[in-house]
Design a protein around this ligand. Sequence first.
Ligand code: KG4
Ligand code: ZN
Length: 369
Amino acid sequence: MSAPLRSTGGFRGFVLGIETSCDDTACAVLDREGRVLSSQVSSQLEVHRAFGGVVPEAASREHLRNWPAVSEAALAEAGIGWPDIGAVAATRGPGLVGSLLVGLSLGKAISYSLGAPFLAVHHLEGHLFSPLLRWGGASLPVPESMLGLVVSGGHTSLLDVDKATGAVTSLAETRDDAVGEAFDKVGRRLGLPFPGGAEVDRLAELGDPSVWRFGTARISSNELAFSYSGLKSQALRALGEIETRTEIPRSALEGDDAAWPREVLDLLAGFRHAAVAQLIKRLDRLRDERPVARLSVSGGVAANRLLRREVTAWGERRGVEVMLVPLRFSGDNAAMIAHAGLLRLRMGDADDPRSADAESRIPFAAGVL
Ligand code: KG4
Ligand code: ZN
C-alpha cells in the first residue's frame, strides 16, 4: 500500500479524531458534514487525583492502556469499522509531550495503514471551532468573520480567524496563569478533588459575590493581555485567613452544601465574579477598538455558569453574535479535533504522517497558529 502524502483534496468515509494532549484519552468519529457520530472520552482522573494534578509519566501509560477500549467504543457507537475511516486527525500539541506522542503515533499508524489522509491538529484550533459542533446534526459553516475566546486549564486566548486562508492569529494570551488554572488552585486549596474548576463554579452559585472585592489585574488600559496569578494569590490568601477562624467541615467536602461556611461560599462567588469580569473587560476593550461580528467561546472554562450568562449578555449589549460551545464539547474531546481536521481537509490541506511531530509548546510564529 502506498503511503498517503501531503494534501489529498477529497476523502471517502468518516473522520477519526484522536486527542491525548493531557489526561483524557479521547476518540471520536465524524461524518463528512461534521456530524458527530461518536465522542468517547476516558478520564484518567482516578489515577492522578491522589497526586492533586496530572502526573505526565502515568498519563502516557494510561493513554496506551485506554486506547484499545476507547477507540473500539468510538467505532461501535458510530456503527462503523476501521476500513470506513477516510481521514485521521490527531492533536500534535501543545500539551504533555509523552501523552501527545501516544495519540499522534497511533493516528499516524492508522492513517498510514489505511492510506487515509492525516491531519496533525493544534489543540487550540480544536477548541476554537468547537462551538460550530452540533450533536446529531451537521456542524455549522465557518462564518465569514469570527473571533474566539478559548478558556481552559492551559489557555486563556483571544484568537482571530481568517476564513480565506484558515490562518488563526492570537490577539491576546495570559501573561501568567490560565483562568482554569486559577480555578483549580482555589479548588485544591479547599481540598476539592482535582480539577476543582467545575465544583468551585457550582459552589460560587451559592455565595454572594458582593462581599469580597478582588483587585483587578494591573495591565495598562490599552492592552488585551490576561493575567490570573494576582487574582489566584489574593483568593488563596483570603482562604488562608478564613481558615484561621473557621474550619471547613469534612461533610462539606463530602457533598453537604449546607455545611460550607458562608464566608467561603461568598469568597468563591467573589473570586468567580472577578475571574469572569476580567474576560468581559477585555472583550469590551477589543469591541471598543474594532467591529466584532461573532465570538466563539470554548474550552473547559466555557462550561462556567457565570461566564455563559455574562458573555451572552455582553453579546446582546455590544451587538456581537456569541457562539457558546455546547456543554458536552467544552472540555477536552476528540470530536473537536476531528472537526478541526475536517475543516483543514476541506481547504485541501493534510500532513505527512511520516514527519508530523508532537510539540509540547507551540509558539505563535508571528502571531499565527
Ligand atoms: O479544555 P479543558 O478540558 O482542558 C484544557 O485544555 O486545559 O479545560 C479544563 C479546565 C480545568 O481547569 C477545569 O477546572 C476547568 O476547565 N473547568 C471549569 C469549569 N468546568 C471545567 N472552570 C470553571 N468553571 C467550570 N464550570
Ligand atoms: Zn483543552
